[in-house]
Design a protein. Structure first.
Length: 398
């Protein structure tokens, strides 16, 4: 099984400039066409000459009925201005010492220059030769947090990009602060961020439509070290890695998000064990959510792929900061950890933190035991939900 890069590695190395494939952008964008007519789109983490986001919106400028595209890159980009020589831009001279300076492109008109009846990359090459379109150097560093880029953000309607994973929280926070619509690439584990989880809980952010599982391939800069087996270099020398847990995140609604999840299991206490430290039952698979239980249920984070806000209410998460303190009913500092061959793992139950705990020993994984011989095991992170379609007096509990 090849190793797959994750968000945690990207954050650790601060080497997280990943370029989304045109195919993945096309698959997601088909759900949102009506939102883009007469709108200004801002791609604020995208070198226009490398970004498939810029290419997509340039090629579909007229189809979407866009008003303007703004695309910026930052000074630290390892590929900044590599392809400027492809464009004969009148009035723009890039000196050697300026070759790594950030710039912006603003597109307000896209014409079928080669008269083939379609807008393609051959036409994109002529975009900034059009007097209505401009390419200019930025005065600051092109960081999305710079005053210059914030002013561009204020002018925009919708932000569509792949922000650096290491700055994801800060990026989303800025979008919320300036009340912008957005469609961005992130990781499913972003729900572990307290502020981001509360946006999900309050129905202000949700998962996109096209990616629900697996991993995705991203092109990375030429300086990116390829250490994992799940990487490749194409015939042109471009480097690619695979990243697990990738998701689209957005505040643009789409009808598939409101499709009802079909539930077929009936609640019974033997199958749906109650947590020892939360007043909720454990549901190991989203497809196993009981149809007749109105109490609190702890479900895997993959629930968000199926979340319908008309069917379920998100109450909290077991992640620290994502639930009220009083929701945790018990601590386990007087429990001690053992492997299945009865060897101490050197830890107390306090290391389980706020993870949901079940009184059990599955004979496979580490367990924690107290002086009375009671054994418990930790589950993965759970999202606590309620089925809002069930009446209060029909809770299915004994």
């Amino acid at each position: 099984m090849p190793e797959i890069h994750g968000m945690r590695n990207a954050q650790k190395n601060k080497n997280d400039e990943f370029y989304t494939s045109l195919e993945d952008i096309e698959k997601e964008m088909k759900y949102y066409k009506t939102y883009f007519k007469d709108k200004v789109v801002f791609c604020n983490c995208d070198d226009p000459f490398e970004s498939n986001f810029f290419k997509y919106f340039a090629m579909n400028f007229n189809y979407l009925g866009l008003k303007k595209i703004i695309s910026t890159c930052y000074a630290g980009s390892p590929i900044i201005t590599e392809q400027l020589s492809l464009f004969d831009v009148k009035g723009l001279t890039i000196k050697k010492e300026e070759s790594k300076k950030p710039y912006k492109i603003e597109i307000t008109e896209v014409i079928d220059n080669n008269n083939d009846g379609a807008i393609d990359l051959a036409d994109v090459e002529y975009l900034i030769k059009n007097k209505k379109n401009t390419l200019t150097l930025l005065k600051e560093d092109g960081d999305f947090r710079s005053k210059e880029c914030i002013e561009l953000l204020k002018q925009s309607d919708i932000v569509v990009t792949n922000p650096p994973f290491s700055l994801f929280r800060e990026f989303v926070s800025q979008l919320i602060e300036y009340n912008k619509d957005f469609l961005i690439i992130g990781n499913v584990n972003a729900i572990a961020y307290r502020d981001f989880f509360h946006l999900i809980k309050d129905n202000k952010v949700w998962m996109g439509a096209s990616i629900h599982s697996g991993d995705r391939e991203f092109r990375v800069p030429s300086t990116y070290p390829l250490k994992a087996s799940g990487t490749r270099i194409d015939e042109k020398g471009n480097k690619y890695i695979r990243v697990k847990g990738v998701r689209w995140w957005t505040n643009l609604d789409y009808k598939e998000r409101h499709e009802k999840l079909i539930l077929y299991k009936k609640y019974n206490p033997e199958e749906f064990q109650k947590f020892d430290n939360y007043d909720a039952i454990n549901v190991d698979k989203v497809t196993d959510i009981p149809y007749d239980y109105s109490g609190l249920m702890g479900v895997p984070i993959t629930f968000l792929d199926k979340y319908n806000p008309e069917q379920f209410r998100i109450i909290a998460s077991s992640q620290t900061g994502c639930h009220p303190d009083e929701m945790v009913l018990k601590k386990y500092s007087d429990y001690y950890g053992y492997t299945q061959d009865r060897k101490s793992n050197g830890r107390t139950g306090a290391t389980m933190g706020n993870n949901p705990i079940l009184v059990k020993d599955d004979k496979k994984h580490v367990y924690y035991e107290n002086k009375d011989g009671i054994r418990v095991q930790s589950t993965y992170c759970r999202i606590f939900i309620e089925n809002i379609e069930i009446g209060e007096d029909n809770n299915g509990r004994e």
